[in-house]
Design a protein around this ligand. Structure first.
Ligand code: GLV
Ligand code: MN
Ligand code: MN
Length: 396
C-alpha cells in the first residue's frame, strides 16, 4: 500500500493510534474532505477480505485516477484511512482506530489491558507510537472539515449471493453490546465434593448461556409480558436480534478440578437500540437470579456499546448510482435493482457516523461466510467494488 501511495504522490502518514492515512488534496484543498476507509486488523483464524477489501478498493480507485491523469481534478480532498483496530480482538474494545479519528475514544481506553496485562498505550509505545491523552484528543477530525465517510466491505452474509448481485448498498448498521461475564464459585476436588454441595461456576455458566440463547431466540416471549418495550420494538428484535458467546475460559482448567472461575464474552446485536437495552435489562435480571440460585457470584461488565446507525440517504443513492456505473463498465448492462440491505456486522462507519454522514457498499462473498479462513470474494467482485468507488470519485 505504501508503494501505491508513493506512486500516486499521496501525502502519507501513520498517526499515534497506528491508523495509516493517504491523502490527495484535489483541486480545492479548502473543500470538506471525503474520507474512505476500513480496517487493517482482523479476527483470529480469519479470511483475507474483512477490512482489507475496503482499503484496497479505495487505494486502487485512486491509483486508476492517477494513471488516467484525473487525480488532480478531484473537487475535494480525498483521504483513505486504514484503521488500526476495529475488531477488538486483543483489547476487547472495538473501533480503536476510527474511534480516535471520530473523537469517541475515551482516554481511559489507553489503559485497557490485554490478556497478559499489557496496556494499550504500552503496546503502541513498543511499536514506536507515543500516544497520550492530549495527542489522542488531537487525532479527532474537525467535523466541519469532513464532507462524508464511505466504506466498502465484504457483506459477511448470504443476501447478495442469493440476489445474484456483486454489490449492494447498506441502509443501516445494527447496534451492539459486548459483555465480559465472570462467574465465581468454590474451587474444589472433582472426586470429593458431592453434587449437592457444589458451587460450580461452570454449570452456572452453562445455564446462563442457554438462557441467553433462549431469550435471543424468543425475545417476544421474554419481553412482551413485562411491558419493557412496545410491539414495534419486539417485532424488530424478533427479526434482527442475535447473541453470541464466542470466547470462554475457566480457572484452573483441569479435568479433575471443579473450576473456581469461568469467564466468557457475550455479543448482542439488534437494529433497535431500545430493544437491545431491554434485552440487556432482562438478561442481567435473569443472570443474577440464576447465580443466586446456584450460590455463585456473577459480574457483568459492559465492555462496548455502539448504537445502531442509519446510512445517509443521499450518499447511499450516490453509491447506488456508482454501483450501476461499475456494472455498466464491466458488463454493459445489469438487470434489476441494486439490493439495499442492513448490516448485522459492525463497521468503522459506526464510529465515523459521529463525525460525518456515512455510506457503505457491500461486496458479495461466497456462501455468506466471513470471520473464517473460508471467506472468499470473486476477483470480478473486487473489480466491481473498485470500479464503483472510481465512479463515485469521478462524480464527486
Ligand atoms: C466486526 O467484524 C464485527 O464484530 O461485527
Ligand atoms: Mn470482522
Ligand atoms: Mn470488518
Amino acid at each position: 500500500m505504501r508503494q501505491w501511495q508513493d506512486f500516486m504522490n499521496l501525502e502519507r502518514w501513520v498517526d499515534e493510534m497506528g491508523n495509516v492515512h493517504g491523502r490527495v488534496e484535489g483541486a480545492n484543498a479548502d473543500a470538506e474532505a471525503l474520507l474512505i476507509g476500513s480496517h487493517l486488523d482482523t479476527v483470529v483464524d480469519a479470511g483475507m477480505f474483512d477490512g482489507s477489501l475496503g482499503i484496497i478498493s479505495a487505494v486502487s480507485a485512486l491509483k486508476a485516477m492517477h494513471m488516467t491523469g484525473k487525480l488532480g481534478q478531484l473537487r475535494r480532498p480525498v483521504e483513505v484511512i486504514a484503521f488500526s483496530d476495529e475488531e477488538g480482538v486483543r483489547f476487547q474494545t472495538t473501533f480503536l482506530g476510527s474511534g480516535a479519528i471520530a473523537g469517541i475514544l475515551p482516554a481511559t481506553a489507553l489503559k485497557t489491558t490485554d490478556k497478559r496485562g499489557m496496556a494499550l498505550e504500552d503496546v503502541l509505545k513498543e511499536n514506536s507510537l507515543e500516544v497520550t491523552e492530549e495527542s489522542l484528543s488531537k487525532l479527532k477530525y474537525d467535523p466541519t472539515s469532513v464532507w462524508g465517510y464511505v466504506e466498502v466491505h465484504i457483506e459477511q452474509g448470504p443476501v447478495l449471493e442469493r440476489f445474484g448481485y456483486p454489490l449492494g448498498v447498506v441502509k443501516g448498521i445494527a447496534g451492539q453490546t459486548r459483555l465480559k461475564v465472570t462467574v465465581r464459585g468454590s474451587q474444589g476436588h472433582a472426586g470429593t465434593v458431592p453434587m449437592s454441595m457444589r458451587q460450580d461456576p461452570m454449570t452456572a455458566a452453562a445455564e446462563l448461556i442457554l438462557t441467553l440463547e433462549s431469550l435471543c431466540k424468543n425475545p417476544e416471549e421474554y419481553l412482551s409480558d413485562g411491558g419493557q418495550c412496545g410491539d414495534d420494538t419486539v417485532k424488530s428484535l424478533s427479526s434482527s436480534l442475535v447473541c453470541t458467546v464466542g470466547e470462554i475460559s475457566t480457572w484452573p482448567s483441569a479435568s479433575n478440578v471443579i473450576p473456581g472461575q469461568v469467564t466468557y464474552t457475550v455479543d448482542i446485536r439488534a437494529m433497535d437500540d431500545t430493544g437491545r437495552e431491554a434485552v440487556m435489562y432482562e438478561l442481567s435480571r435473569r443472570m443474577y437470579q440464576i447465580c443466586d440460585k446456584r450460590s455463585v457470584s456473577c459480574n457483568i461488565e459492559r465492555k462496548h456499546d455502539a448504537g445502531a446507525v442509519a446510512c445517509d440517504a443521499e450518499l447511499s443513492s450516490q453509491l447506488k448510482s456508482a454501483a450501476y456505473s461499475a456494472f455498466k463498465r464491466m458488463e454493459g448492462d445489469i438487470q434489476g435493482e441494486v439490493p439495499v440491505l442492513m448490516s448485522g456486522a459492525g463497521h468503522d462507519a459506526m464510529a465515523m457516523s459521529h463525525l460525518a454522514k456515512v455510506g457503505m457498499l457491500f461486496v458479495r462473498c461466497r456462501g455468506g461466510i466471513s470471520h473464517s479462513p473460508e471467506e472468499h470474494v470473486l476477483d470480478n467482485d473486487v473489480w466491481a467494488a473498485s470500479l464503483a468507488i472510481l465512479s463515485f470519485l469521478e462524480t464527486l
